[in-house]
Write a protein that binds this ligand. Structure first.
Ligand code: NAD
Length: 437
């Protein structure tokens, strides 16, 4: 393995960071706005456009009355926020959670605008949610909630308007109900209204693995910049669900040595490398990594601070904060999760020369293949898995190179580079389209 090459993406100028508040548990809006403001200053964004891009295009709150299994009537609250649709139909998941709020949905919707622009797909950003506790709902109650939520939003959703996808606590089945409800009202089968569908309804091959595959692809591009060859490069992955386990598996297949993995039950470390296929088999049998024998148990906090080349946080938000950022020893961080690094940690990681591949680039493989799913639905012609994977590879490599280039040009981190690229793209599109009215 070659020696560490100095990351030649320069640090974010500190005067932009002076306004960054030092809190560690950030809400998604604060976290996004911190980076948005830095990028806006670099772009010298006029205040009118700044305000335009900060403000969602549409925000809808709907009430969802449901007859529960025991006969009671309950009323749930649902949201859909379209942050921006000037790049094309808006795209974003639907999340079911007891503590969801319209503020959170609003921030996540804006996040989607930037993510779609970074990966170069012709979509705007949106997000939806229903305030409910899916753990305490039966399958039939979940179906009723999903169908009523969809019917309340019939004039928002549409293949040319706004296209939902699964998110936290929603899945392929939820998308099948949304698609069926929408289709019933339209009097035709309209599978392009959602992505992340089951294959039999027009889902795409390669969609399940897409986010992890994208993480692997940008990790390879980043390693290449530091002249690290995959063979023997050491990897640590936090989270062993869809994104974490697939990223780990694909990097393992490329010859990397995965020395640490973790899930909600804790971290697992083996300095000689973990056989990821074996770990995946273990999880499919035991549901999680608890009791995994081929690695030493450590805590999730220790896992993040392991000596390694590449750290992939792929579990949840705010894992790297101003409290632990100084202890991170990885040369590269590839953000599989959304928001795993608090804005307050950005400067510390920058100063320590760690190359951070930000979430809006690193995990954009999922939405990129959602776009390919939508394209296939609209063509009525379906690609092989290899074709999907090869298109994804082209998109991810190009997105990485574009962000790297912009970061170099503006002398900023790749995170700020990604925001600069996407905000600039949307702002330029807005200028050419002009303001109607
Ligand atoms: P998942 O539910 O499949 O897996 C999450 C994993 O994280 C599980 O292994 C869980 O045990 C583990 N985990 C939970 N809390 C933890 C903790 N405190 N410490 C360590 N591990 C913990 O979820 P996923 O789909 O893999 O999503 C992971 C992250 O990636 C989320 O931030 C999600 O928003 C983001 N993301 C997912 C996709 C996608 O296509 N699935 C796309 C973009 C971004």
């Amino acid at each position: 393995m070659s020696q560490k090459k100095k990351n030649n993406i320069r640090n974010t100028p500190t005067h932009f960071l002076e306004a960054t508040p030092h809190f560690d548990k950030e809400n998604p809006l604060e976290s996004m706005m911190n980076r948005f403001d830095i990028a806006a200053k670099i772009l010298n964004l006029e205040s009118g456009i700044y305000n335009y891009l900060k403000t969602p295009t549409k925000q809808v709150t709907v009430s969802i009355p449901i007859q529960m299994d025991d006969g009671r009537l309950e009323v749930f609250e649902g949201y859909r926020v379209i942050h921006n649709d000037i790049m094309g139909p808006s795209k974003g998941g639907i999340r079911y959670a007891p503590d969801i709020s319209i503020e959170e949905v609003r921030a996540l919707a804006a996040w989607m605008t930037w993510k779609c622009a970074v990966v170069g797909i012709p979509f705007g950003g949106a997000k939806g949610g229903v305030k409910c506790d899916p753990q305490n709902l039966s399958q039939s109650e979940l179906e009723k909630i999903t169908r009523r939520y969809t019917s309340n939003l019939l004039d928002v959703f549409g293949p040319e308007r706004d296209i939902p996808a699964p998110d936290m606590n929603t899945n392929e089945q939820t998308m099948a109900w949304v698609m069926d409800t929408y289709s019933m009202h339209m009097k035709r089968t309209e599978n392009a209204v959602v992505t992340g569908k089951p294959l039999v309804l027009g889902g795409s091959l390669g969609r399940r693995e897409a986010t992890g595959r994208g993480v692997m692809l940008v990790a390879l591009s980043a390693m290449n910049k530091l002249e690290l060859v995959p063979n023997g490069t050491t990897i640590v992955v936090q989270g062993f669900g869809n994104v974490g386990s697939i990223s780990a598996q694909l990097l393992f297949e490329k010859g990397c040595k995965v020395i640490g993995i973790s899930d909600v039950t804790g971290g697992y470390y083996n300095k000689s490398g973990i056989d990821i296929d074996d770990a995946i088999q273990y999880v499919s049998k035991h549901k999680n990594l608890k009791g995994y024998k081929n690695a030493k148990p450590i805590s999730n906090a220790e896992l993040l601070e392991l000596e390694c080349d590449v750290l992939v946080p792929a579990a949840k938000e705010d894992q790297i904060t101003s409290a632990n950022a100084k202890n991170i020893k990885a040369k590269i961080i590839v953000e599989g999760a959304n928001g795993p690094t608090a804005a307050s940690a950005d400067e510390i990681l920058d100063k320590n020369g760690i190359l951070v591949i930000p979430d809006i680039l690193a995990n954009s493989g999922g939405v990129a293949v959602s776009y390919l799913e939508w394209v296939q639905n609209r063509m009525g012609y379906y690609w092989t898995e290899n074709e999907v994977n090869s298109k994804l590879e082209t998109m991810m490599k190009l997105a990485f190179d574009n962000v790297y280039q912009i970061a170099k040009e503006h002398n900023v981190s790749m995170r700020i580079g990604a925001y600069v690229l996407s905000i600039d793209k949307v702002a330029k599109t807005l200028k050419v389209r002009g303001i109607y009215g």
